[in-house]
Design a protein around this ligand. Structure first.
Ligand SMILES: NC(=O)c1ccc[n+]([C@@H]2O[C@H](COP(=O)([O-])OP(=O)(O)OC[C@H]3O[C@@H](n4cnc5c(N)ncnc54)[C@H](OP(=O)(O)O)[C@@H]3O)[C@@H](O)[C@H]2O)c1
Length: 436
C-alpha cells in the first residue's frame, strides 16, 4: 500500500483527537483510501510534557523540523491563532507543501493571501474543519453542489451562542446563568467574547460566503450583532408569537453582491433551523437545482473536528496518488463590494421598554408610520402601572435603515428607555426573503 507522511503541528484538543483518529481507524482509512497515513513527527510548544503518541512518532518543540523536512509533503496546522500558525502555513505553502488547517481565525485574517499563495505554488490549502467542526459543509459547497448556483446560506455556526439561547428558551435561564453553564460544560471559553459577540460566526459565514459566491468577504465588513441583548422577556414574547431565538448567520446575493449578516433572529418554530438545539450547528443551503438542503451536527470539539480533518487528508492522499487534477482547484476569489447592510430588508419585532402612561402607543405607532414602517400587530401587557412596560410591535418587511432610524427616534422621545431594540425575523419558508 502507498504511504503518505504528514507533519502535525499542534497536539492540543483537536491535534490529540486527530492523532487518536488516525491511530484508531488506521485500518479502516487504509481500506477505503488505499493509502496508509503515517505521522512520523508531531510539533508542540513544550515537548517535555508526556504525550500519547505511538513509537513511530517523534514529538519535537516548534514547527521548524517539519517545515524543513522534504519527506513530509503535508502539514496539518492545529496551533490556532494568527501568529505562529500564520508563519507555519505561509512557509509550508511557500515550500510547496499541502496544508490542512482547522483555523478559521487565520483564514479570516489572511485567507485571501494564503489561498493565492497556494494557487501559485500548485498546492492545496484545505480547511473543512475550520467551519462547523464535524459538519462537512465546505465539501458540500465546493463539491456536492458544484452544479448549483448557491442563492443563500443560513446557518447556526456558533455552538456557544446556540447553547446559551437554547438554555434560556427551554429552561428559562438568564443570560449569565446560561453562559456559566456553557462554560462549566466546556461549550464556552473563559473569555466568551468572540462567540457571544457574533465575531466567530461572522468569520465562519464569511468563509462560507466566499466559497459559495467566489467573492472574498471580509468578515469585519459584515453586519454583526451578538446575543447579549436577548432577554428572557424577548424569549417569552417570541414563544407566544410562534418563534424561537437562534443565532443566525446568513449569506445571500442581492443585486449581484454578497449580503452577509450575523444576528439573533426570531425563527418560526417550524423552520429547519429551529430544531438545531444546544451546542449543535446547522446550515441550510438554498441552491437553484437542489433547492433547500440542511446539514446538522456537532460544530466543535476534538473528535468532530478530527473527523473533518481526516476527510481533507483523504482528499490530499488521492491528490498525491493521482495528481492535482483529481481535485477541484484552490478557490480563487474576486473582489466585489458587499451589498450595504442598511438596505437589508426583513420583518422585525420591536421591543420598546416604556413608561406606563397614556400616549405611548400613539407616539410609537406614529413614529413607525413616519418612517414608512407598516405595523402587523401590537402587544402589551403590564401588571404594575408603576413599572416600565414591554411593548412588542411586529412589523412588515422594511429596510434596515428605516428600522434603525425609527428606533432611534422613538428612543429620543420622553418615556422610552434606551434599552428598547428590535430583532429581525427569519422567513418561515425556505428560500424566500433576503437574509431575513
Ligand atoms: N477545540 C475545538 O473544539 C475546535 C473546533 C474547531 C476548530 N478548532 C481550531 O483548531 C485549532 C486548534 O485548537 P485546539 O483547541 O486544539 O487548541 P489547543 O488545545 O490550545 O492546542 C494548541 C496546540 O498547539 C501547540 N503549539 C502552540 N504553539 C506552538 C508552537 N510554537 N509550535 C508548535 N506547536 C505549538 C500547543 O502545544 P502544547 O501542547 O505544548 O501547549 C498545543 O498542542 C484552532 O485553530 C481552533 O480554532 C478548535
Amino acid at each position: 500500500m502507498e504511504r503518505v507522511r504528514i507533519g502535525l503541528v499542534g497536539l492540543g484538543t483537536v491535534g490529540a483527537s486527530f492523532y487518536e483518529l488516525l491511530t484508531a481507524n488506521a485500518d479502516e482509512i487504509g481500506r477505503r483510501l488505499g493509502v496508509a497515513i503515517e505521522v512520523p513527527v508531531v510539533a508542540v510548544r513544550d515537548p517535555s510534557r508526556p504525550r500519547r503518541v505511538g513509537p513511530g512518532t517523534r514529538v519535537v518543540g516548534g514547527p521548524r523540523e517539519i517545515l524543513d523536512d522534504p519527506t513530509l509533503p503535508v502539514v496539518v496546522e492545529l496551533v490556532g491563532g494568527t501568529g505562529v500558525a500564520y508563519e507555519v502555513v505561509r512557509e509550508a505553502l511557500g515550500r510547496g507543501k499541502h496544508v490542512i488547517t482547522a483555523n478559521k481565525a487565520l483564514l479570516a485574517a489572511h485567507g485571501e493571501e494564503l489561498f493565492a499563495l497556494a494557487r501559485s505554488k500548485g498546492v492545496e490549502l484545505l480547511f473543512e474543519a475550520s467551519v462547523c467542526g464535524g459538519i462537512p459543509i465546505v465539501k458540500v459547497l465546493r463539491e456536492s453542489l458544484l452544479g448549483n448556483r448557491i442563492d443563500r446560506i443560513l446557518g447556526i455556526v456558533n455552538g456557544t451562542s446556540n447553547f446559551i439561547l437554547t438554555r434560556m428558551s427551554e429552561e428559562g435561564l438568564g443570560y449569565a446563568e446560561a453562559l456559566a453553564e456553557a462554560q462549566a460544560k466546556g461549550f464556552a471559553e473563559a473569555d466568551p467574547a468572540m462567540d457571544v459577540s457574533g465575531a466567530d460566526a461572522a468569520q465562519k459565514i464569511s468563509l462560507l460566503a466566499s466559497l459559495a459566491f467566489g467573492t472574498w468577504v471580509d468578515w469585519r465588513a459584515v453586519l454583526c450583532e451578538g446575543i447579549t441583548a436577548v432577554t428572557p422577556r424577548d424569549i417569552a414574547f417570541a414563544r407566544s408569537a410562534g418563534y424561537v431565538f437562534k443565532p443566525v448567520a446568513a449569506a445571500s446575493r442581492v443585486e449581484g453582491r454578497p449580503l452577509v449578516t450575523v444576528y439573533p433572529a426570531m425563527v418560526p418554530v417550524g423552520h429547519p433551523l429551529a430544531t438545531v438545539r444546544g451546542e449543535f450547528n446547522g446550515v441550510m443551503v438554498d441552491s437553484d437545482f437542489l433547492g433547500s438542503s440542511v446539514y446538522q451536527g456537532r460544530g466543535a470539539g476534538g473528535r468532530p473536528t478530527a473527523s473533518s480533518l481526516a476527510s481533507d487528508l483523504g482528499d490530499l492522499a488521492r491528490i498525491l496518488a493521482a495528481g492535482p487534477a483529481a481535485y477541484p482547484r484552490v478557490p480563487a476569489f474576486e473582489r466585489r463590494e458587499l451589498f450595504p447592510a442598511e438596505r437589508l430588508r426583513c420583518r422585525c419585532c420591536f421591543h420598546f421598554v416604556t413608561a406606563n402612561r397614556p400616549g405611548i402607543w400613539a407616539l410609537v405607532t406614529g413614529t413607525l408610520a413616519d418612517n414608512g414602517i407598516n405595523i402587523e400587530s401590537v402587544h402589551q401587557k403590564w401588571e404594575d402601572r408603576t413599572l416600565p412596560s414591554d411593548l412588542f410591535v411586529l412589523v412588515d418587511e422594511a429596510e434596515e435603515g428605516q428600522l434603525r432610524r425609527a428606533l432611534s427616534q422613538v428612543i429620543a422621545s420622553p418615556g422610552i428607555s434606551a434599552e428598547s431594540r428590535y430583532f429581525r425575523i427569519l422567513d418561515g419558508e425556505a428560500g424566500t426573503g433576503g437574509n431575513g
